[in-house]
Design a protein around this ligand. Structure first.
Ligand code: PYR
Length: 314
């Protein structure tokens, strides 16, 4: 019998044989190496900030191409989901984001920077497109911090103009989750950033100790938004993944699958444990877990009902 300690072989299936796409979050070529060594065959969140942060000027397209190729090259034959630059809030950039905002988490961050600086997004998409053509890796592109169908349509159009035909959105705002059926009419896929989705749903700063008790993806309000987002994707037959920390919780992963999530992207060291957890449940059991968790009034009760499942509990 296999255990969580066994090496991850790149695939994950439920006990009744449903495949779940289990992939890695990476932020630079070194992490891409670690992910590949951990058995990951693909990347569900490639954060491109490493190429931009800590610099006074925008990297050139050629510099970006080289940086992206270094990550794509590790996943030849696999798929890498590239997230466009997520600057702003806790990641300010002199050449892109406003100097001072009273509420930076609610300010010009993620895709919102493209309103005043469409040329930065345009050059990044050009670099991603060139990197994709140079490597034999399937490249999907997604925008961070999307809140509206308009932003989605404009992003998809910008990607298409660069020959990037699989363009999606991150769902990190309650607005995007609630509107998923509209966003996914244009977007080819969505990926739930559960850290920010939790922050914005609970109105609780994800890095503030004083509100940490609120900041858990087990909050039934967060799980309900995951459900709505997945239903919005299902309307169009689009995949909806999770790339926030929730995906790395072996207890929560089956719940997410039961809510309709089709891929889980996480820190490479969590892959084996999450794959092991999924092997122990059927898809119907995942759905039962999701229904039970959604039916609870508190995060603690939701977690407890899932934890007690299969151990003689309710
Ligand atoms: C989030 O969970 O908010 C990410 O950006 C991954």
């Amino acid at each position: 019998r296999r255990s969580a300690r066994d090496a991850f072989d790149g695939t994950a299936t439920t006990r009744d044989g449903h495949d779940i796409d289990l992939v890695a979050n990476v932020a630079d070529p070194a992490e891409a190496d670690a992910a590949a060594n951990a058995g990951a065959r693909g990347v569900g969140l490639f954060r491109t900030e490493f190429c931009f942060l800590g610099r006074g000027t925008e990297p050139t397209v050629a510099e970006q191409v080289e940086a992206y190729r270094a990550v794509l090259a590790r996943f030849s034959g696999g798929r890498v989901v590239v997230r466009t630059l997520d600057a702003g809030a806790d990641k300010p950039l002199r050449f892109l984001t406003p100097d001072h905002e009273d509420n930076p988490a609610l300010g010009v961050r993620g895709i919102r920077t493209a309103v005043d600086h469409p040329e930065v997004l345009d050059r990044q998409l050009e670099a991603i497109s060139r990197a994709a053509r140079a490597e034999s890796t399937e490249v999907w592109v997604m925008a961070p911090m999307v809140a509206t169908a308009d932003e989605t349509r404009e992003f998809v159009a910008a990607c298409t103009a660069h020959g990037l035909t699989t363009a999606g959105v991150m769902i990190e705002t309650p607005a995007a989750a609630l509107q998923a059926r509209w966003l996914l009419a244009d977007a080819a896929f969505a990926s739930l950033g559960t850290n920010d989705l939790t922050q914005y749903t609970m109105a609780a700063d994800r890095d503030l100790a004083g509100v940490a008790a609120l900041s858990t993806p087990w909050q039934p309000a967060v799980l309900d938004l995951v459900r709505v987002a997945c239903e919005g994707g299902a309307v169009h037959g689009r995949p909806v993944g999770v790339c926030g920390e929730a995906a790395a919780d072996p207890l929560l992963a089956p719940v997410l699958v039961g809510l309709g999530v089709t891929s889980l992207s996480m820190t490479p060291r969590a892959l084996a444990a999450v794959a092991a957890a999924l092997r122990q449940v059927t898809l119907d059991e995942c759905r039962d877990l999701a229904t039970s968790a959604l039916d609870k009034p508190t995060a603690r009760a939701a977690r407890e009902v899932v934890r007690d499942f299969g151990s003689g509990g309710p």
